[in-house]
Design a protein around this ligand. Structure first.
Ligand code: F6P
Length: 543
């Protein structure tokens, strides 16, 4: 059994250090070290990461790095990249990093030539995407495909939809994608209501091909398509493709395995965007840009596995998150992209981080004695500024925040981007340095209003600035966060790659379904609250 990390000398030293620097102010740290803003930065590929506005000193960083060394972070990274079965509860390798290995790389895991397998699927995806994008692929009635509807949920939705939104500016074949995830029938209704079945392609994405929501939506899509195409079953082959690890279940659904793109059990759902799960994105932006995205991921992978911890961007950011969670008492972590194209990035990160690190036992099954998993949330700037930033600026809680932006706009319209970015720079400075009572008074503020207008500052932020939002920088950004998650998991000694907690709800939903329809009328099998709620539901539905 591994020793509880809180008993290590490194953890204890951080605890003591946290007490010592509790009253340290960012204002003073910057005043004492004029180079701080340039010094506490790290560059990874095209990402410039400024972590100087965090509540840390050089000693804090040294202690955090020592903790990482103590738990063997570097070995854990190496084990993960090598294909060791680090997902111990499912006895699986964790190899999303292999999805972006270049064609000439070599990696054999469990007897499989992983690189050949990955590139085999990428090539098939590219060939398929080429035919759809060129119009060579025709629908059942001979028309070309205009709309792709991605059906999936969790990692089979959030990655593709987030990437599609992020890379919208790179769409170039006149194809539009829509995303259906929720089993709320409204979702598929709204997604298909104004579509023509003859020009619609469904991409059904499910690692297991057994997820209730996805199968229900896929069956409805099938009914909708057939209703619009005279019920001719042969239309399915021209309008449905699947992405899955289960050929048998794809076949059972009625999709020809020739129209299936596979991946492997060593790709976790929330890490699967760079696999065939990203097919909709490839259809929209093309194989070349998809390849550029993969190269972006790979650049950060290489950095993560080779850079020394003190210069390793994902490791440093992961350690900062541990610092706030375990030593300064933060509960949440805001991610604030100053890019409208990244509007789904916070939602994507919620699954990536919270499904990965929302765990309460260590790898060997012992209960943890410390907090794990931050609550990730956020909205694009500047919208968030006019909604929840007030609490970050003047509330009582510690909310570490990541600010993400791009110097070069995708659309340079008048002065708008400069105005936009002035908010990005202003917010992190205001959060860090605030406004003192003296400053507020000097502005002639009436004495009774001074306390209301004082901004304490000292709110930690990390700024991530890249040149331009491109497929490559986008891939770099996603990989950065994937590896932040792994770093945190290593410190917390948890398995970031299973998700048993989600399973219970799935099983129970399937068990309760017959009670709702009245097919199984006996409500005595469930607790009194659930029975009363279902009883009310049934009566409102006339059952
Ligand atoms: O939400 C639980 C989960 O298992 C996720 O991890 C996964 O991304 C999602 O369900 C969808 O699963 P599948 O791709 O198998 O349909």
């Amino acid at each position: 059994m591994a020793a509880d990390v809180t008993t290590t000398a490194e953890w204890q030293a951080l605890r003591k250090h946290a007490e010592e620097i509790r009253d340290t102010r960012l204002r003073d740290l910057f005043a004492a070290d004029p180079d701080r803003g340039g010094r506490l930065t790290v560059e990874v590929a095209d990402l410039y990461v400024d972590y100087s506005k965090n509540l840390v000193t050089d000693e804090t960083l040294a202690l955090l790095t020592a903790l990482a060394e103590r738990v063997g972070l570097t070995d854990r990274i190496a084990a993960t990249f090598s294909g060791a079965h680090v997902n111990s509860t499912e006895d699986r390798a964790v190899l999303h990093t292999a999805l972006r290995l270049p064609r000439d790389a070599t990696l054999t895991v469990d007897g499989q030539d992983v690189v050949a397998a990955v590139h085999g699927v990428l090539d098939r995806m590219a060939a398929f995407a080429g035919t759809v994008r060129s119009g060579e692929w025709r629908g059942h009635t001979g028309e070309r495909i205009r709309t792709v509807v991605n059906i999936g949920i969790g990692g089979s939705d959030l990655g593709p939809v987030m990437a599609y939104e992020a890379l919208k500016d790179y769409r170039d074949a006149g194809l539009t994608c829509r995303f259906v995830s929720n089993i709320d029938p409204t979702d598929i209704h709204e997604a298909t209501a104004d579509l023509d079945p003859a020009t619609t392609l469904f991409v059904v994405v499910s690692k297991t091909f057994s997820t209730q929501e996805t199968l229900a939506n896929a069956h409805q899509a099938r009914r909708w398509l057939l209703a619009g195409l005279d019920g001719d079953e042969s239309a399915i082959a021209r309008h449905f493709v699947a992405v899955s690890t289960s050929e048998q279940r794809v076949r059972n659904f009625g999709i020809d395995p020739a129209n299936m793109f596979g991946f492997w059990d060593w790709v976790g759902g929330r890490y699967s965007l760079p696999s065939a799960v990203g097919l909709s994105v490839m259809l929209a932006v093309g194989p070349q840009r998809f390849t550029e995205m993969l190269a972006g991921y790979h650049a950060v992978d290489e950095h993560f596995r080779s850079a020394p911890l003190a210069r390793n961007a994902p490791a440093l950011l992961g350690l900062l998150n541990v610092w706030y969670t375990n030593f300064l008492g933060a509960q949440t972590h805001a991610v604030l992209p100053y890019s409208q194209y990244l509007n789904r990035f916070p939602a994507y990160l919620q699954q990536l981080t919270m499904e990965s690190n929302g765990k309460s036992v260590t790898v060997d099954g012992s209960p943890v004695s410390y907090d794990t998993g931050e609550i990730f949330w956020g909205e694009p700037g500047t919208n968030g500024q006019h909604a929840f930033y007030q609490l970050i600026h003047q509330g009582t809680r510690l909310v570490p925040a990541d600010f993400v932006a791009f110097s070069e706009p995708n659309h340079d319209i008048g002065e708008m981007h400069d105005l936009f970015m002035s908010n990005f720079f202003a917010q992190t400075a205001a959060l860090a340095f605030g406004r003192t009572a003296e400053q507020v008074e000097a502005e002639g503020t009436p004495a009774d209003l001074v306390p209301h207008r004082v901004m304490a500052g000292n709110h930690p932020t990390t700024s991530i600035l890249a040149g331009k939002l491109t497929p490559a920088t986008f891939g770099q950004l996603v990989a950065l966060y994937e590896h932040i998650v792994l770093t945190e998991a290593a410190i917390w000694d948890i398995n970031a790659f299973d998700q048993w907690g989600v399973e219970l709800g799935k099983v129970m939903a399937n068990q309760l379904a017959p009670l709702l329809t009245g097919e199984s009328p006996d409500l005595g099998t469930v607790d009194s609250s659930t029975a009363a709620l279902i009883g009310r539901y049934r009566s409102q539905r006339g059952r």
